[in-house]
Design a protein around this ligand. Structure first.
Ligand code: CTP
Length: 403
């Protein structure tokens, strides 16, 4: 269920740090991605290499690393996750969190985050029972921080009592329960259909007409809808991208195949057409490979492809309640998008400003305007992942309003 969710895992100092290696494996098995921050104390118990190998993601260790800050600042690091998990949470990091200190990357990320935080305390039983730690935990709970454990039992220091970090399967269950909550799954119970990528239109068995669409935006939208709980079908032309977690992929080549696959995926509550569908196909593709034969180059007669967005918008009883199209524009972005909204019969157009000043075809960022009958929302420049998540949230609000 929580496939596609993202966790920022903060590994603080404590012998229980070895258990997070198992936790990372279990999370990854469930399609949850993990990015880790390793504190100086944590690095005494596990290596960044182990965390990196298991999470298949870069591990962040140093607040003042210039390269890390340029690649991914501490603010972005703390905001791109759906949940921040501190495991093991030492007495020290709990005290820092309660006091609002920001003297290393972990503490700074915890202060900067706008996402829910879960802590799995692990420490000596006297340290856990100490009035200072108990006051810190009470403060953190009063601020809405989620806690899991600690358990009672034999401790690594030889004492017996409360202070053992919860087992990986217990932390995993707490994380899954959190992600299954309605607030985290606003699109649970809804079915989404997304088109993505280019189409390939055959000239003969080995040649085709195509375009430069990378599929990044469409795939990111499918991933974001699934992440918010929608049962999502991604109908994609050929791309180099991997299938987003939790999404069912239908791979197609041509516009006509894409249309057939979309019709087969109905009914759906929302359709998002992000594919760069070829406007034309070759009227009669050759059955065998065209040969040069020393004569004139062949003339290709083109015929118009079906318009998938318009077809879904006019699907009668099978029409998704919300149909969203894209418009790649270089000039008069909003005016053109408004005209396209009418022409295609869809509900929203995400007008994608592809003038070179604001974004590039195939790049990672986008400047978009959300155009509907009721008006225009101008979104600031953001990454394609952020556009996707914001669009998925808006779709969730709209479907809830239409319910
Ligand atoms: N679309 C589609 N099927 C087609 C053509 C386009 O579903 N055969 C969808 C695209 O997925 C996108 C929107 O329609 O959501 C884009 O409309 P289109 O008419 O292709 O406009 P642009 O590509 O922006 O170009 P132009 O305005 O120059 O036609």
């Amino acid at each position: 269920m929580p496939a596609g969710k993202r966790i920022l895992l903060i590994v603080a100092g404590g012998i229980a740090a070895y258990k997070v290696l198992e936790l990372i494996r279990r999370l990854r098995e469930r399609g949850i991605s993990v990015r880790s921050v390793l504190t100086r104390g944590g690095a005494e118990f596990v290596t960044a290499l182990s965390l990196q190998a298991l999470s298949e993601n870069k591990v962040y260790t140093d607040l003042f690393s210039l390269t890390d800050e340029s690649e991914m600042g501490h603010i972005r690091l703390s905001r791109e996750a759906d949940l921040v998990v501190v495991a093991p949470a030492s007495a020290d990091i709990l005290a820092k969190m309660a006091a609002g200190l920001a003297d290393d990357l972990a503490a700074t990320a915890l202060l900067a985050t706008d996402k829910p935080v879960m802590v799995a305390p692990a420490m000596n039983t006297q340290m856990w029972a100490h009035a200072a730690t108990q006051a810190n935990i009470a403060t953190l709970k009063s601020r809405g921080i989620l806690t899991i454990g600690p358990n009672a039992g034999d401790l690594a220091c030889g004492e017996v009592g409360a202070g053992r970090m919860s087992e990986p399967h217990e932390i995993l269950a707490a994380i899954e329960a959190f992600f299954a909550s309605p607030a985290q799954q606003p699109l649970a119970g809804f079915k989404a259909l997304v088109t993505s990528g280019p189409t390939h239109e055959a000239i003969d068995p080995v040649r085709y007409i195509a375009n430069r669409s990378s599929g990044k935006q469409g795939h990111a939208i499918a991933a974001a809808l699934a992440r918010l709980g929608a049962s999502t079908t991604l109908i994609s032309g050929p791309t180099r991208l991997s299938n987003p977690p939790g999404v069912s992929l239908v791979a197609v080549e041509s516009a006509r195949e894409m249309l057939t696959a979309c019709q087969a995926a109905l009914p759906a509550d929302v359709a998002v057409c992000a594919a760069a569908v070829a406007d034309w196909r070759v009227a009669s593709p050759a059955n065998g490979k065209l040969k040069k034969k020393g004569g004139k180059p062949p003339a290709l007669e083109l015929v118009e492809n079906p318009d998938i967005l318009a077809a879904l918008s006019a699907a009668g009883n099978a029409r998704p309640r919300l149909v969203v199209g894209f418009a790649a524009e270089t000039d008069q972005v909003v005016e053109n998008a408004k005209a396209k909204l009418k022409r295609k019969g869809c509900d929203w157009i995400v007008a994608n400003d592809v003038s070179s000043a604001t974004g590039t075809f195939g790049g990672d960022s986008n400047t978009v305007h959300l155009v509907s009958q009721s008006g225009v929302e101008d979104w600031p420049p953001m990454s394609k992942d952020e556009v996707a998540l914001r669009l998925a949230r808006r779709i969730g609000e709209q479907l809830a309003a239409l319910r």
